[in-house]
Design a protein around this ligand. Structure first.
Ligand code: ZN
Length: 561
């Protein structure tokens, strides 16, 4: 049956015994294969199996996010979490067989050496001794997601969740901003003990897994889990240093300019999201209107992007409205057996809706354009490369922002660029914090709050929480989902931003050539490593000397700073 919409996709929950049997068959077919063609056929079958399992687990994860209060969705997710380590074990065994095969050379020329590099990284990250730890990790992560999704606020006579409360951070009325900020931190304060406890357990658990796998600490394991093949901790530390030296001083200038334009004596934390006294630009219509605008925009940009977005709408591959018990955040997921991506967001009526939307469409577009890759490991690149597709599209849609913001489009572009630059220090702060945390796994929750304060002073000196006690004492990192759910991922956004801004600068010179080059990069999916992809897209590596400074200087010039 051909699927019309996502609701037609109803994969059966995988049963461990059945999966074990399929893997045993693959292993014996591989061992008994008579020639290269037969061996390659086994790898193809394995890819098909992995696509089926990924499709199922991604759908279950999505349903849980869409309604965290639904018992069946939660049960399915718990079940999937309980068997995922087993599935990983079988996959890792298969990788070992391929890596150790006498015919590896032939297989590498058939499927590419990069897949083998990924598998080399992957096999070091799993051993059956950590099976229960992984199940426990998923449970703790669920606790964090559910806790945040359960937050309910009564603000100015209306009910709000975390996402919808956040829109008041951009209110023109300073007192509204301050009150919403206070309410938000009060929630973190009230749940601080639990948030600390979840993280404390996660850190110790992750450290324990790293040690069981023979790593010194979780930093090394964390990098392996992200399959960082081209670079390591030294390059990342050097990059953070460059941000501290070249972007933090610029950030101070941008904050000073913001203070002046708001006409305030002092910028407090609750002022940081508002960029001028006219108010931040906001989309001029609701969710349905935005989809109509988006379709017209993509049609204008390229027929390929336009057709892709028609499919997203027709097959119901979007869930963008905020509602109660829906988990926060925005992300893109995918169902590789059908080649469909899916976009998830929580619109709240602010300009962020347009940003999150164009961002996630960038991911979805790459996923859709590279879905024909033969090896599952090439469907997506590593995350820092993924974020070039998403942030790249945020910038490449700039000339069309009139369609969403009308006469405020130019102001939107200015604010978007300002926030992008200010994001760099925040992004590396989150990264630096996690290095400190995982390098000192026995630290107490109070120590961690101190670590965050130290990092904030270094990279975000303009933060002043006013009278809010909880963040003033170092608790502000707890609202960052990645710290709990995706360790060490965060620096990837800053690396990608440095590349995405290059696409923006190139597009100012030659838009159509740049869009072609961007689409070409998307089509490559994950068939190359981060730095190879960057080079092939004629971008300069963010680790190259002077790259960051150059990009940031040009952006600052565009802002007249
Ligand atoms: Zn992204």
């Amino acid at each position: 049956m051909t699927l019309q919409t996502l609701s037609d996709l109803k994969p059966e929950l995988p049963q461990v015994d059945a999966v074990a049997k399929r893997y045993a068959d693959l292993q014996s077919s591989f061992a008994n294969a008579n020639d290269d063609a037969q061996r390659a056929a086994v790898v193809d079958q394995w890819n098909q199996l992995r696509k089926e399992l990924d499709t199922c687990s991604n759908l279950i994860e999505l349903r849980f996010h869409q309604d965290t209060a639904n018992k069946q969705y939660k049960e399915d997710r718990d079940y999937m979490d309980s068997i995922l380590p087993k599935l990983k074990e079988y996959a890792v065994d298969m990788m070992r067989s391929l890596l150790n095969s006498d015919h590896r050379g032939k297989l590498e020329s058939e499927f590419g050496k990069l897949a083998f590099d990924h598998w080399e990284a992957e096999i070091t990250t799993y051993d059956p001794v950590i099976e229960q730890d992984l199940v426990q990790q998923s449970k703790l992560e669920s606790r964090y997601i559910e806790l945040q999704a359960s937050a309910e606020f009564e603000f100015r006579g209306e009910k709000h969740n975390m996402s919808t409360l956040n829109k008041f951070a951009e209110s023109k009325d300073r007192e509204v901003r301050r009150q919403a900020d206070e309410m938000r931190w009060d929630w973190y304060q009230a749940n601080g003990e639990e948030l600390d406890d979840i993280y404390d357990q996660l850190v110790k658990l992750r450290h324990g897994m790293a040690q069981k796998l023979g790593f010194e600490n979780f930093v090394q394991l964390g990098y392996k889990l992200l399959h960082r093949i081209d670079y390591g901790q030294d390059e990342v530390a050097k990059y953070r240093q460059a941000v501290q030296e070249h972007v933090v001083p610029l950030g101070e200038k941008l904050r000073e300019r913001q203070r002046e334009s708001l006409g305030l004596e002092k910028l407090h934390y609750w002022d940081l999201s508002l960029f001028d006294s006219l108010g931040n630009p906001a989309p001029q219509g609701d969710h349905d209107w935005m989809l109509v605008q988006a379709q017209a925009m993509f049609d204008e940009m390229s027929s390929e992007i336009g057709d892709f977005f028609k499919l997203m709408q027709k097959a119901e591959l979007l869930d963008l409205k905020s509602r109660s018990s829906k988990a926060g955040g925005g992300f893109c997921t995918a169902f590789p057996t059908v080649g469909w991506p899916f976009i998830y967001a929580n619109f709240n009526g602010s300009k962020g809706d347009v940003e999150v939307f164009t961002h996630e469409v960038g991911h979805a577009l790459q996923c859709y354009l590279s879905n024909d890759k033969r090896v599952v490991d090439y469907l997506w690149p590593t995350y820092e490369a993924c974020e070039i597709h998403s942030m790249g599209l945020e910038f490449l849609t700039w000339p069309h922002m009139e369609m969403f913001f009308g006469d405020d489009a130019e102001r939107f572009r200015q604010v978007h660029l300002t926030e992008s630059l200010l994001f760099l220090p925040y992004g590396v702060a989150i990264d630096h914090f996690q290095h400190l945390v995982y390098e000192s796994p026995t630290a107490s929750p109070a120590d961690r709050h101190e670590m965050w304060q130290e990092v904030e002073q270094r990279y975000l000196p303009w933060r002043d929480y006013g009278g809010a006690v909880y963040p003033s004492k170092g608790g502000a990192w707890q609202d960052k989902r990645h710290v709990y759910l995706s360790p060490f991922y965060y620096i990837d956004y800053t690396l990608a931003l440095c590349c995405a801004m290059q696409f923006w600068l190139h597009a100012e010179e030659d838009r159509s050539e740049t869009i072609d080059r961007y689409l070409k990069l998307c089509r490559r999916g994950g068939e190359a490593s981060f730095l190879d992809l960057v080079e092939s897209a004629k971008l300069i590596s963010p680790f190259a000397d002077g790259c960051l400074t150059d990009v940031v200087q040009k952006a600052a010039k565009a802002l007249g700073v």
